[in-house]
Design a binder for this molecule. Sequence first.
Ligand code: ZN
Length: 341
Amino acid sequence: MDANTHYHLDKKATLVTMAILCLVACLLCSACASSSTSASSESGKSVAANEGSANPAGSASAGSGNICVKGDIVYTSGPDAFDIYENSWLVATDGVVQGIWSDLPEQYATDEYERIDRSGYLVIPGFSDLHVHAPQYAQKGIGMDYQLLDWLENVTFDNEAAFADAAYAELIYGAFVDELAACGTTRSVIFGTIHEESDQILVEKLREKGLGAYVGKVNMDSNSAEALTETTEQSLADTEKFIKSFEGSDNTLVRPIITPRFVPSCSAELMEGLGELAKEYDVPVQSHLSENTDEVAWVKELFPEYEYYYQVYDAFRLFGDTPTVMAHCIHLTDDEIAALA
Ligand SMILES: [Zn+2]
């Protein structure tokens, strides 16, 4: 096997894996829901790869690191392939990968570069978690015998209401971000709660750790626990305040994302306003779609004029008008899958 062998992933298998990972990520919240990779190949000859590409390792020191790392390097050169370089050096300048070589080039063998020898170990890219609820770190593994809607009512909403207290957010979000880093999850798409002040604490924790993330202030003005029910006006105002707080920041790794919890917890007026904010500030969107059959039926009751669940988001410009992440997508028809493609 050549050192530069490409491993092509079956797209269906990948899709299924993603769905399972998202389910685990939502219910367990843990960063450890990310997948891991292992592979091997014969020792390779000298190669230079991916000149000047963005730092794929997602290092916590991205943007400031001059490092040379030796080991068996797994490199994801594209969305459907990865390359393996045994016993090789990966070099990054200011956090940007310069290439991979079997022998360290002279220009990098200087005191300006930290040398890290991990011979015999895999050197892998950082994990990316496309769906995780930071507040649910405090309830990890609790209430797993409930279906979705009962789990929200009996477990999750009580915990999330506690994030009205900034001190609680400090405690839980500090532990959550520490575990993200410890598990090698360097990039995440994260739900916070409705509480803008606590969401800001989460943003700060991620920045301090050097992790990259999209962070969403959650929107809920309907069909929710009293302590988590915002007025439509306040929900939109706090969302705009949250988005604007990122303006002028030197840190570009942590960014805002529009986050209606799911259709049942948002009025048409709220979704209309969120769609306008997404467009005005060019911000991506995340939400949930077709996780549970009772949820799907409830959406049909609330918005009978739409044939499919996703069409509600689409009607309010929350489905692909800006980059969009829809979590779960378990109970989809072929027509809906085609719309997602
Ligand atoms: Zn979720």
